[in-house]
Design a binder for this molecule. Structure first.
Ligand code: NAP
Length: 347
């Protein structure tokens, strides 16, 4: 069975996903597209030679009987509207982060999905599919380094654009660590505090950069997460888990080592799309495969989107107050329990 996708939003990540569904992955086809930007739609149809209908808005894509699943890749504030409409129509949804612009919006999606009685939504938290994080989780789950005590992680980008604001350090950047870290250690967040080190000369005037987030989990693990979006040297994701019996590191991206003129060097990626390319492929392949095999998506759920949103809200509050802020504690509904772990096989 081919899963027929309607795409809402054909900007940067929308194009990437359209390309991988059309040219790399198996079992999916783009049959409908919409974007508020008509030029973006036309260029994507031309570039990937899509045999897809162009619709004026998200509702008409969702209502199209030819569409089995909706790919929501518009900008964040528009996500809730499209996801809610897709759930009401009983259609599968792959939604890029954030699931909704607010925790209340995510909660409405969770309620709507539970009312439908079936998991329909997967959120694009692709790091759970990255082979490095999967391997790190395997080591932690095996208790090879004992109980995790501390985590140190780093999220650095070469530079940010003029539209990037200090709160986006949370909503656009840290959000990936927020999702993947509690999944890694099977724990929940309890509090967060934010520290602002000396500002880099490479950040524009309005932006606080770098920022350090200290998150504590219910089990007492202390996480130090650095967001530094004008690090000036590349796209660099690091994660080190310090356990009772040892330390485990996220593997470095493999790169050829050259020895030349008295120096040994390896390349550092500068493009985030390349760092997680395999993970993006695997998350969408898993979305299609699990729907085909089990009738529901298998990856990060609406509940995960909601947890990310309430944690992100506390981080944003902590940015403002400078105090340690508590992260709202919520009980996972039975509906989202026993969500199978990711079904894809690492190669
Ligand atoms: P983008 O390049 O700005 O693309 C978004 C596109 O959606 C634009 O063409 C925009 O048109 C259009 N759009 C906005 N509102 C719409 C609506 N209501 N209906 C239809 N189209 C609409 O942004 P992007 O970088 O692709 O990001 C899209 C989403 O993906 C964001 O939520 C972002 O956080 C997420 N994302 C996730 C990752 C990841 O690593 N998982 C990476 C990148 C992005 P205009 O340009 O005219 O506004």
């Amino acid at each position: 069975m081919t899963l027929k996708f309607g795409v809402i939003g054909t900007g940067a990540i929308g194009r990437e996903h359209i390309n991988r569904i059309t040219n790399t992955l198996s079992g999916g086809k783009i049959v409908a597209v919409t974007d508020v930007n008509n030029e973006a739609v036309k260029s994507v149809i031309d570039e990937f030679q899509l045999d897809a209908a162009i619709f004026p808005d998200d509702h008409s894509v969702i209502k199209d009987p030819n569409v089995d699943a909706v790919l929501v890749t518009s900008w964040g504030p528009a996500h809730e509207h499209s996801v809610m409409a897709a759930i009401e129509a009983g259609k599968y949804v792959f939604c890029e982060k954030p699931l909704a612009a607010t925790a209340e919006g995510c909660q409405r999606i969770v309620q709507a999905e539970m009312k439908q009685g079936k998991r329909l939504v997967q959120v694009g938290f692709m790091r759970r599919y990255d082979s490095g994080y999967v391997e790190l989780k395997r080591v932690l789950d095996s208790h090879d380094i004992g109980e995790p005590l501390m985590i140190r992680c780093v999220h650095r980008n070469t530079s940010s654009n003029e539209n990037y604001t200090s709160d986006m350090a949370v909503s656009d950047t840290l959000i990936h660590e927020i999702d993947v870290l509690h999944w890694l250690v099977n724990d929940e967040y309890q509090s967060v505090q934010v520290f602002f080190p000396k500002k880099t000369k490479h950040a524009l005037g309005h932006l606080i950069d770098p920022q350090i987030f200290i998150l504590e989990t219910k089990a007492g693990i202390v996480i130090q997460a650095e967001v530094f979006v004008n690090c000036n040297y590349g796209y660099d994701i690091q994660c080190e888990v310090i356990g009772e019996d040892g330390v485990a590191h996220l593997p470095e991206v493999s790169s050829v080592v050259t020895r030349k003129e008295g120096k040994r060097s390896t390349e550092i990626l500068v493009d985030w799309k390349l760092r997680f390319q395999d993970a993006y492929d695997k998350e969408l392949q898993d979305f299609m495969d699990s729907i085909r095999k089990t009738g529901k998506p298998n990856g990060p759920s609406s509940w995960d989107g909601y947890i990310a949103a309430i944690t992100s809200d506390a981080c944003l509050k902590a940015q403002q107050t400078g105090e340690k802020e508590l992260i709202q504690s919520v009980e996972k509904p039975v509906f989202y329990q026993n969500t199978p772990q990711l079904s894809f096989k690492q190669t």
